[in-house]
Ligand binder design. Structure first.
Ligand code: TRP
Ligand code: SF4
Length: 400
């Protein structure tokens, strides 16, 4: 019904590390070749937890966008923007908030978890409770089909779907909807109209998802339909409401087990990261001092890669042949840990060369990044304004 858009956001945490690259950005780069993509800096989301240190947000934004570009996000291909520069997100959040039961937000797992974890911050604010609802507005604004996120974000996507459903249910009502839908069916032409009816019955009576899919395709392929009729036909297919906001799907980013230099998950809060554009000498030092299987006290002690975080780096950076070399050499004490680490060091430095080269023009001329983002904000805003027109009309706020 709407193009298969991909939307995702990141809080501006400053320079990104290899965990961000392998856990998210690499996937974004892949997606931009397949779908229209919008990627944005979730600066308001940063404010929900960092309102006491808001002065760092600005620098963090530009650092982060440069790393997106360094990773290979192509501004010709994807729309890059900043959340707060598209204030329609806030308007949509307000409207969604009117129909979102408090309990839905209180039950989102991250709400209590984060409050308990981040004890140095007072997160008993209205803004923090509303975090997932702001995220829902970010996604629904662009009628995204897919949202690439990590596992921890899945409950937020679930909430987004529920809120969309509730919104459509409450505001997709239309006086004489059934008559209008039947009128629209006639506009399909008799053959298509017949198939549409069959698909609708098959879906509604037998829950046949395939029929739903075929029905949707049929509507998509029909020219000469007004946007309003199209929405009616989509809604009528599933029930008896118009679909104003479409339900997105989470695209689970395959959990990259990118270990940090201490073996725990790579994360800024553990101070165990390697930045995407880190100096090669520093990379070398960090990897050389990384812990290995504790059983290998001496060079002649055999080890077990399964107990060694360096092995996890080989899973990211080495092909089958080199992995066999590690397995064999480690278990037989045929190689030392420094031998084992060297190809990882080389691979990381090689990967980073690409990042550093792509970032250079933006470091030389910061106005390039500003322009990319200004252009992205404008493109995002165009879509947002369209969505909000439909939303206001559905809610009944389109006063003349
Ligand atoms: N909450 C997300 C995170 O912490 C960031 C985010 C905000 C987001 N809005 C979004 C992600 C919309 C996907 C879609 O990672
Ligand atoms: Fe780890 Fe490699 Fe040393 Fe084995 S040889 S313990 S896999 S660093």
């Amino acid at each position: 019904m709407f193009p298969d858009r991909v939307v995702s956001g990141m809080r501006p945490t400053g320079a990104l590390h290899l965990g961000h690259y392998h856990g998210a950005l690499k996937n974004w780069v892949r997606l931009q070749a397949e779908y229209p993509c919008l990627f944005f800096v979730a600066d308001w989301h940063a404010l929900t937890t960092h309102y006491e240190s808001s002065e760092v947000i600005e620098d963090n934004i530009w650092e982060m966008v440069i790393d997106w570009l360094a990773a290979g996000i192509d501004p010709e291909e994807s729309v890059l923007f900043i959340q707060s520069r598209v204030p329609e997100h806030a308007e949509l959040m307000v409207l969604l908030s009117m129909v979102t039961p408090l309990g839905w937000l209180e039950r989102v797992p991250t709400y209590k978890d984060q409050q308990e974890k981040l004890t140095d911050k007072d997160l008993s604010t209205y803004g923090f409770l509303g975090y997932p609802l702001l995220q829902a507005a970010d996604i629904l604004m662009y009628r995204a089909a897919f949202v690439p996120v990590g596992e921890d974000q899945v409950p937020h996507i679930e909430l987004t779907r529920e809120v969309a459903r509730r919104f459509n249910h409450l505001f997709g009502r239309e006086a004489g909807f059934d008559d209008k839908a039947r009128e629209a069916i006639r506009k399909l032409g008799s053959k298509r109209a017949r198939i549409y009816q069959q698909m609708r019955t098959a879906y509604q009576e037998q829950g046949d998802d395939h029929a739903l899919e075929r029905g949707r395709e049929l509507v998509e392929q029909s020219q000469n339909l007004s946007l309003a009729d199209r929405e009616r036909l989509f809604g009528f297919l599933e029930g008896s409401r118009r679909i104003i906001l479409s339900e997105p799907q989470a695209l689970l980013t395959e959990a990259s087990r990118m270990p940090g230099i201490d073996g725990q998950k790579m994360s800024k809060s553990y101070q165990n990261t390697i930045a995407m554009r880190e100096d090669p000498a520093s990379v070398e030092k960090k990897i050389r001092t990384m812990p290995t299987d504790p059983a290998r006290v001496r060079r002649s002690d055999p080890g077990d890669p399964e107990r060694c975080p360096v092995w996890e780096l080989h899973l990211v950076y080495s092909d089958e042949r080199r992995r066999e070399w590690v397995q064999e050499g480690c278990r037989s004490a045929g190689i030392g840990c420094l031998d084992c680490k060297q190809p990882v060091i080389d691979a990381i430095i090689e990967e980073q060369k690409g990042f550093i080269a792509r970032a250079q023009p933006y470091l030389d001329d910061p106005s390039l990044v500003r322009n990319i983002v200004a252009d992205g904000c404008e493109r995002a805003r165009k879509i947002a304004i369209e969505t909000m027109r439909d939303v206001r009309e559905a809610v009944g706020l389109d006063y003349e």
